[in-house]
Write a protein that binds this ligand. Structure first.
Ligand SMILES: [Zn+2]
Length: 289
């Protein structure tokens, strides 16, 4: 199941205790419905639980029941045409602030808005939570509340719809806590920790790769110097210990300097200086490396 579905299922278990909060949730559900106009009001959802919740709250708040129909994978819940004027008179974006009565009403409104028009990305992939409406006035209402909650909302146009969105894990966690999805908020925090650990592991791997490349580069440099000395016919002019090291280096290319040094009872810096002498000798021979 997707993270988005998990969040919605958690929200569908919640039940607003106060009447003002129930009305606020209903307002959010309605305004962000798939259709909210004089012609059509209702939602299309692939979750039967969500469809039933929409009907239950309509009955509770307005004493009217929208009709449920199943069309392929979707449940469509739409009001009868004769009920639409009543719904529009009692629930619209202009009267929102007269519906909000207590401290929790705006949370309940956002809960409804998210259930009808919201989607949240899997936090292991991306941090993004969107609430979408066909109407700019309605989108601005959600934007204002999110702004008041200091959740740093952004707004954009997407497929001719207005999209209000949040994009940091902290803001999305706070939003989920506001609307009552506490378990999902905790899951989000855990996902962030897992992601950070993975990123650190990747950084470590990059560091190791860089080290391997560095040692491969220096091996190549040594071989070039040794071959140039050999080609110039001056190999026998190298001190004996350096000759031995040069011969051994050609045969042990994959070794790190520490490992290679051990063959001669030398430390990493000890062997480094010997190899540097070989490179310097190649240069002194006036050989271009
Ligand atoms: Zn309330």
């Amino acid at each position: 199941m997707s993270f988005n579905t998990d969040v919605k299922n958690e929200l569908l278990e919640l039940w607003q205790k106060k009447k003002c909060c129930k009305l606020s949730e209903m307002l959010g559900l309605l305004l962000f419905s798939t259709d909210f106009s004089e012609q059509k009001i209702g939602i299309s959802t692939n979750s039967e639980k969500q469809a039933d919740n929409y009907i239950r709250l309509s009955q509770k708040c307005m004493n009217i029941s929208p009709q449920k129909a199943k069309k392929s994978r979707f449940y469509e819940v739409y009001y009868n045409k004769s009920d639409i004027p009543f719904v529009l008179n009692n629930f619209n974006s202009e009267i929102a602030y007269s519906i909000f009565r207590c401290d929790n009403c705006k949370n309940a409104f956002l809960l409804g808005a998210f259930l009808s028009g919201g989607i949240v990305s899997d936090p292991l992939k991306d941090y993004r939570l969107e609430i979408i409406s066909k109407s700019e006035d309605i989108a601005i209402l959600a934007y204002r509340i999110l702004y008041d909650f200091e959740l740093n909302p952004k707004m954009t146009i997407k497929n001719k719809k207005v999209c209000v969105y949040l994009k940091t894990s902290e803001n999305i966690e706070d939003f989920l806590t506001h609307i009552g999805a506490v378990k999902s908020s905790l899951k989000m925090m855990n996902a962030k920790i897992i992601k950070d650990i993975k990123n650190n592991a990747n950084r470590k791997t990059n560091f190791e790769t860089a080290n391997l490349k560095k040692s491969a580069d220096s091996s190549a440099k040594h071989i070039k110097a040794i071959e140039n000395i050999e080609n110039s016919g001056k190999f026998s002019a190298l001190p004996k210990d350096l000759q031995d090291i040069a011969k051994a280096r050609k045969e042990n290319l994959g070794m790190s300097l520490t490992e290679f040094g051990k063959l001669f009872g030398l430390s990493r810096s000890g062997i480094y200086h010997k190899l540097k002498k070989i490179c310097d000798f190649a240069e002194k021979c006036n050989i271009k490396r």
